[in-house]
Design a protein around this ligand. Sequence first.
Ligand code: NDP
Length: 401
Amino acid sequence: MSRVLIIGAGGVGGVVTHKCAQARETFSEVLLASRTESKCEAIARDVKKLQRRVIKTASLDADDPKNTIALIESFKPEVVINVALPYQDLAIMEACLATGVHYLDTANYEPPDKAKFEYKWQWAYRKKFEQAGITAILGCGFDPGQTNIYCAWAQKHHFDEIHTVDIMDCNAGSHGKAFATNFNPEINIREITQRGKFWEEGKWVTTDPLSVHTPFDFPECGVKDMYLMYHEELESLVKHLKGLKRIRFWMTFGKPYLTHLEVLQNVGMTSIEPILFEGKEIVPLQFLKAVLPKPETLGKNYTGKTNIGCWIEGVKDGKFKRYYVYNVSDHAEAYREVRSQAISYTTGVPAMLGAKLLVEGRWRKPGVWNVEQFDPDPFMHEIGRWGLPWVETAPEGPLPV
Ligand code: NDP
């Protein structure tokens, strides 16, 4: 039995908290801490009603490791699940190192003043975590997360060599708002407005933002236009898959979403350069975040499904092989179970299961690791039971790209 500290009471934090409360045989006590304690308390009330469990809450500014160290020392968790923002990753890792507590997150570090996400800052902690005898698991949401684990599973059970991977993320749901992002708007818009990038034959190839797209018929979601983007799991999978020749990431967007985004970009609202407004410095993107719907409020009226998976081609026993593995989630079902939409749900469930495997010793090795570096079997065997079942198929034709 372990105590778990969850940091960040947003859309994903809510799901992680409900799921840790459900895993009562593993997590004996749950503490949810965030900058605004009233958000933790609102989640705690839902957890009490839906999961019939009382959890603790606390106010925490995790930008300063001293605050997190003090909270860890008083609560004494075995693991910290960081589902605040990528900006807090290094400060929370520092706090875990100082206190000898395991760490898990769902998004890699990003400096606040530069829209650039990369693993180098967190990978630099490998030796320190090894020496402290504690485990850090990076990127254990859905993408990154379950998609990386699909690749590790395919590498272990289906292929001798993986040649190409296409990760495809489709949201065919509707939340009824003119424009909203499904997870933190600031992080989401910074990610989408970057140049596209994929890896081929040992080199990174870049494209203009959202300039490459193609329709794909997603099981249970239908035909959607998917756009080539850069996504953080490409960086680690390039290192960890055997024989890889190409890896790409695709995400679907509807036309109204893209039109809104284009207008916001054209008028400067997505910029992270501070401007002076009535004598005070503000960052346009942070102001935009303040006026957009909060991701955790979208769940109530959300309908439709998501489909996220990996299309993989390679060689098994000397023969060419094609393999497609995916999960379908339903927004309304996620809301009924944990008061969330499916994007936060598909992120929060793998985070809970990763932490569960860590504290149970099944995914524990001192150092800093991406999820595909662990044995995928315990995760793949359990994740269906926790709400994200997967389907595997052998497609007959090539990916229509
Ligand atoms: P939200 O914006 O909904 O929630 C973030 C929470 O973090 C907020 O409640 C915020 O508190 C809290 N927070 C921010 N700064 C601090 C701080 N300094 N100290 C303590 N708490 C802080 O985001 P999401 O829940 O949508 O996303 C959470 C994380 O999950 C992000 O890192 C995101 O990138 C990642 N993610 C990963 C995915 C994957 O599949 N791998 C997919 C989707 C998201 P407050 O409201 O009080 O400011």
